[in-house]
Each structure stands twice: as structure tokens, then as C-alpha cells.
Design a protein around this ligand. Structure first.
Ligand code: SAM
Length: 278
């Protein structure tokens, strides 16, 4: 008996031309396609002439469907998983099934294609050598600010998905927590008619968004430049950190540790330490 395979198939994030030939062929050849929203996916499948049966697979039925799906793999069936848009499992369901399928020794075969975060990053103008993806920020302001505070000194480019309902409030929180000068890039409606990629310091980004309601519509990827301390500047947090460490350690050691943690020059911190200890 042929062994069951699970294909993880990326679909477009807007422009249907971004469906790859390989993805179409896989979707045509499998026995069954699991889709996040079958009604939504039917339109895509119709467009690419795929007549394979569809079954629903979403957050609410993932554990029940996982058992069924594993059983089908055991029977040697060829299955595909797609989400509403882009790459399945990226802020979309499917993690448990991939994990389980691998645990049970089935092949999980990725069929690459569109993914909003990578599409946005490559055209952002921000550093691409090191980045982190944080999915969606918390919906409530207090939780969101706390989350952003924890990322304040992250030096890699930071990528979020954000909803049109929260984009303005989120930028306001970025200004409050990360400062008005932090470079922000918004990538809106990627691959669609109103695709916009806008790069500005946080305060200017807010003004730009507020001046045009159209820029607040659609789907968003939000990217923040990583933190880079000006070597001469000692932030209030670095001052607090140094003062705390100086209570426990010799100044030289405290200055070195603060420098390692913040990127501020060690000598500058040492001089500042001297000035507050005398
Ligand atoms: N799995 C998808 C992927 O590979 O990017 C992401 C799914 S997640 C539920 C949906 C979010 O991705 C949207 O709320 C938006 O933040 C982002 N997104 C999806 N399509 C987009 C597009 N065309 N332009 C900008 N952001 C998009």
C-alpha cells in the first residue's frame, strides 16, 4: 500500500496569479484537501480547476479532525492542508496535525508559496539578516503595551500581523513605549490593487495613517526596526540597570554588563557610574 503523505500547501495572499504550478498539481492529485474555510477555498479551487473533495479544518475542530486525518494517512491516503490565505500554520491552524503526523512517521511535505510576513519584509527596507515574527499583538491596550515593552531592546527587525481595527491604536502604543523616532514600516494589502508599503518614524506614521482613512483599511503587516542604541546616549533604562548592578558589583563589572545588555559604550557607562557614585 502507498504510504500516506500530508502536503502543506501555500495559497495566494491576494493575487491568484501567485498560486504555484506545483501547488495546483498537488491539490489536483491528492484524495482530500483540508481547508480552514471550505466556502472561501472553493472559490480558489474553482479558479485553478481543482475538483478534489474538501473538508473543514480549523481551530475549533482541530483535535477531532487530527484523529480522522491520521486515520486516513494510515489508510495510505494523500492529503493536503490549506488555509484561507498564504502559508498554513503561520498564524493559522495546523500545528498539531503536523506534529502528530511527524510523530507517527508520515511524510509532511511543504509546498511553498506566498506568506505575508516574508513578502512584507523583503520590500520593507528594514534589516533582513535577523528578524523575529511575533504573530498578532494582544488586542487590549494594556496587554499590548506590556508586550511591546518586553521587546523594547530587541535588536532584530520585529514583524507583527495587525488588524485594520487596531492599527492606529497600535502605532500610538509604539510611540508611547518605543519612542516617536522608532522606524516603522506598514505593508498593507500586499499583492492586491491597493498594495501600499510605507516607511516612516513612528510619530510620522501615525499622522500619515490618521490623515487618510483609506490607509486604515485592509490587511496589515507591521514591522519595527530593531533597537540600536546610540553609543553615546544613556537611556533612562540603562541608567536604572547600571545603578542596580552597581549595588551588587564593582563599577567596572557593572558597566561592562550594562554595555553588553544595552549596546551603549562601556567607557561612557563607566564615566556615568563614576559621576553618580561620587
Ligand atoms: N498564513 C498567512 C500567511 O502566510 O501570511 C497569515 C494568516 S493570518 C490569519 C492573516 C493576517 O496575515 C492578516 O490579518 C494580515 O495581518 C496578514 N496578511 C495576510 N494577507 C495579507 C496581505 N495581502 N497584505 C498584508 N497583510 C496580510
Amino acid at each position: 500500500m502507498q504510504s500516506g503523505n500530508l502536503y502543506i500547501v501555500a495559497t495566494p495572499i491576494g493575487n491568484l496569479q501567485d498560486m504555484t504550478q506545483r501547488a495546483i498539481e498537488v491539490l489536483q492529485s491528492v484524495d482530500l484537501i483540508y481547508a480552514e474555510d471550505t466556502r472561501h477555498s472553493k472559490k480558489l479551487l474553482l479558479h485553478i480547476n481543482v475538483k478534489t473533495p474538501l473538508s473543514s479544518f480549523h481551530d475549533h475542530n482541530e483535535s477531532h479532525r487530527t484523529k480522522e486525518l491520521l486515520q486516513k494517512l494510515k489508510e495510505g491516503k494523500q492529503l493536503a492542508l490549506i488555509s484561507d490565505a498564504g502559508t498554513p500554520l503561520i498564524s493559522d491552524p495546523g500545528y498539531h496535525i503536523v506534529h502528530q503526523a511527524q510523530q507517527e512517521g508520515f511524510n509532511v511535505i511543504p509546498i511553498p508559496g506566498a506568506c505575508a510576513l516574508i513578502t512584507a519584509l523583503c520590500a520593507s527596507g528594514l534589516a533582513t539578516d535577523r528578524f523575529i515574527f511575533e504573530g498578532f499583538l494582544p488586542a487590549k491596550t494594556a496587554a499590548r503595551k506590556k508586550y511591546l515593552s518586553a521587546l523594547q531592546y530587541e535588536s532584530r527587525t520585529i514583524i507583527f500581523y495587525e488588524s485594520c481595527h487596531r492599527i492606529v491604536e497600535t502605532i500610538k502604543d509604539c510611540i508611547e513605549v518605543l519612542g516617536s523616532e522608532r522606524q516603522i514600516v506598514i505593508a498593507r494589502e500586499l499583492t492586491k490593487t491597493f498594495e501600499t508599503i510605507h516607511n516612516a518614524p513612528a510619530a510620522q506614521m501615525l499622522t500619515w495613517l490618521q490623515q487618510d482613512m483609506n490607509q486604515q483599511r485592509g490587511e496589515f503587516v507591521l514591522m519595527l526596526a530593531g533597537y540600536h542604541a546610540c553609543p553615546e546616549e544613556i537611556s533612562p533604562e540603562a541608567k536604572r540597570m547600571l545603578a542596580l548592578l552597581m549595588n551588587e558589583l564593582p563599577l567596572k563589572k557593572a558597566a561592562k554588563m550594562t554595555a553588553d545588555l544595552t549596546g551603549i559604550k562601556k567607557n561612557r557607562l563607566y564615566e556615568y557610574g563614576l559621576s553618580i557614585s561620587s
